[in-house]
Design a binder for this molecule. Structure first.
Ligand SMILES: Nc1ncnc2c1ncn2[C@@H]1O[C@H](COP(=O)(O)OP(=O)(O)OP(=O)(O)O)[C@@H](O)[C@H]1O
Ligand SMILES: [Mg+2]
Length: 257
């Protein structure tokens, strides 16, 4: 079966004063259809660069990035991207922000409205559909950004530290909500986080990256059943996997960090 996302020998260099900087060096990774993969690693190891290439916002200098077996040539409606910053239009209401995500889809206004409403309900913002972003809490803004991505009904979700700015409780609620929708819709998810607990709780595999140059250090299988529950989060097996990931992030050889 063709993987949903393939990174093959991906290299990304940037021209810098006096030479080139290698942000990613020889990254190869296959992500299966409907798989949930998280990526952790030290700051600057190339996580966002990697995700940006799958999103079609950046191109590799070497190697290739494929979605459904075809090279990525730009953004597409089948790939929804959610960034750490909420990236909402402040002058548009929640509903208008969510509908904005559908502007490229050639849909009748009625259908756009129905889809937007469904996504807004799903993330629990029903009562705030006509509110402006400035009147929302951080967690609610992020729910709005998530609704905007869901409304398009992408088969791939690319999420770059989406819950990074949120308090612990909101974060856990949004994790459970994300897993809920994922278990229903079975999208392919590539999710970057700096939170090791979050990485293990969500994923079937955790990709641990190392820096200078950015590369894959280790891939840890998370052999825990879905649905993930509080009980699983507190289980010895969860702790064991979390410790393994933690160890490989924070005890990379000095030359590698
Ligand atoms: N446009 C650019 N020009 C030059 N260097 C860049 C550019 N974009 C990224 N880099 C460099 O590439 C490296 C990887 O950046 P990237 O943003 O992918 O890291 P990251 O793993 O997402 O870090 P963080 O956890 O802090 O978000 C960094 O050293 C960064 O300075
Ligand atoms: Mg980043």
């Amino acid at each position: 079966m063709i993987p949903k996302i393939t990174f093959r020998d991906v290299v990304r260099t940037f021209p810098v004063k006096g030479g080139t900087f290698t942000a990613l060096d020889g990254v190869s990774l296959d992500i299966a259809d409907e798989e949930f993969v998280t990526v952790v690693g030290p700051s600057g190891c190339g996580k966002s660069t990697l995700l940006g290439m799958a999103a079609g916002l950046d191109e590799p200098t070497g190697g290739e990035v494929l979605v459904d077996g075809a090279p990525v040539t730009g953004p597409g409606p089948e790939r929804g991207v959610i960034f750490q910053q909420y990236a909402l239009f402040p002058w548009l209401t929640v509903r208008r922000n969510v509908e904005f995500g559908l502007r490229l889809a050639d849909l009748p206004a009625e259908e756009r409205r129905t889809r937007a409403q469904r996504a807004i309900d799903l993330v629990g913002l029903t009562d705030f559909a006509d509110a402006l972003p400035k009147t929302l809490s951080g967690g609610m803004k992020q729910r709005c950004a998530i609704a905007r991505a869901y409304a398009v009904d992408p088969t791939v979700l690319l999420m770059d530290e989406p819950f990074g700015a949120l308090d612990a409780l909101t974060r856990v609620q949004l994790q459970d909500q994300l897993l809920d929708t994922w278990s229903q819709d079975r999208r392919t998810v590539l999710f970057i986080t700096h939170d090791v607990d979050e990485a293990v709780y969500l994923a079937r595999r955790v990709v641990v990256m190392a820096a200078r140059p950015g590369r894959i250090h280790k891939i840890v299988d998370v052999d825990l059943p879905y649905p993930r529950t509080e009980e699983i989060r507190l289980s010895p097996e969860f702790s064991r996997i979390r410790n393994e990931v933690w160890h490989s992030v924070y005890h990379q050889s000095p030359a590698a960090v």
